[in-house]
Design a protein around this ligand. Structure first.
Ligand code: HEC
Ligand code: HEC
Ligand code: HEC
Ligand code: HEC
Length: 144
């Protein structure tokens, strides 16, 4: 498994200043480090429900084999513009998309997830006839 650490800006600044002042810190605190997940299995209760069961998501393949830039999925909007860029801290979707309620453009978690996964896959089907990216049948993503 390839692990690619994603460092937050503050961490980089902290570790650079630590280096410059020759404080002997040669490891990074785990709590400030983010690893690039390989396969993510979503199996969370969303707004008190877990009706359809686990969804397996090949995170690393999506980023590397399918060559999708991180900001196709990760974002942080200011005035409607995505200002997130690779290297920035990645927040979980649930930190902004409430599990139960949509708020204007910030759709509730299930809708945001579905929109992200399904809209891209539907486009692939349209654009080059991909049959491998599920966009319709629930059971192609969900276990039940
Ligand atoms: C096709 C969509 C997609 C692409 C492309 C993608 N990611 Fe992700 N990534 C996700 C999803 C979905 C999650 C799970 C978020 C959650 O648990 O709420 C995630 C989780 C992560 C996490 C873990 C966050 C945490 O706290 O659990 C990191 C770090 C991350 N991605 C970094 C990256 C980087 C760096 C790239 C580009 C090299 C990238 N991702 C490309 C969809 C994507
Ligand atoms: C830092 C807060 C934040 C995080 C974290 C976040 N979102 Fe969003 N998301 C937003 C906001 C704000 C909008 C509305 C943007 C607009 O239309 O102005 C949005 C819009 C969206 C949209 C519709 C438009 C678009 O950009 O595609 C989708 C789909 C979406 N989010 C999915 C996700 C997924 C999946 C994750 C986790 C991988 C995630 N979001 C993480 C804040 C966030
Ligand atoms: C920006 C585009 C994009 C987004 C967003 C995206 N995918 Fe995909 N997905 C792809 C591509 C490209 C393929 C490969 C299709 C092919 O080879 O025909 C794929 C393939 C898949 C496959 C089948 C092959 C495999 O690697 O398992 C599954 C399952 C899948 N995606 C699940 C998801 C889930 C779940 C999400 C949301 C968390 C998601 N995808 C979000 C582009 C995307
Ligand atoms: C491209 C993959 C994909 C497809 C196709 C898909 N979903 Fe999902 N769905 C997801 C992901 C990812 C989540 C987030 C799961 C999580 O965070 O635990 C989700 C969450 C859900 C949830 C909320 C969590 C739960 O299990 O109660 C429901 C309900 C749901 N989906 C129903 C459906 C139904 C019904 C269909 C078919 C009409 C469908 N989904 C098709 C990927 C998909």
């Amino acid at each position: 498994m390839i692990k690619r650490p994603v460092l937050s800006k503050t961490l980089v600044i902290l570790s650079v200043s630590a280096f410059l002042t020759v404080i002997a810190v040669n490891y990074l605190p785990a709590s400030d480090e983010q690893e690039m997940p390989d396969v993510i299995v979503f199996d969370q209760e969303i707004c008190g429900k877990n009706l359809r069961g686990p969804v397996e998501f090949t995170h690393l393949s999506h980023a590397e084999d399918y060559e999708l830039s991180c900001s196709r999925c990760h974002h942080d909007y200011i005035d409607g513009e995505n200002i997130w860029e690779e290297g920035n801290w990645v927040n979980k979707c649930i930190e902004c998309h409430d599990p139960c309620d949509s708020d204007d453009n910030v759709k509730k978690l299930k809708v945001a997830m579905h929109r992200n996964c399904i809209e891209c896959h539907r486009k692939l089907k349209k654009e080059w006839g991909s049959t491998d990216a599920p966009y319709k049948a629930c059971k192609d993503c969900h276990e039940r």
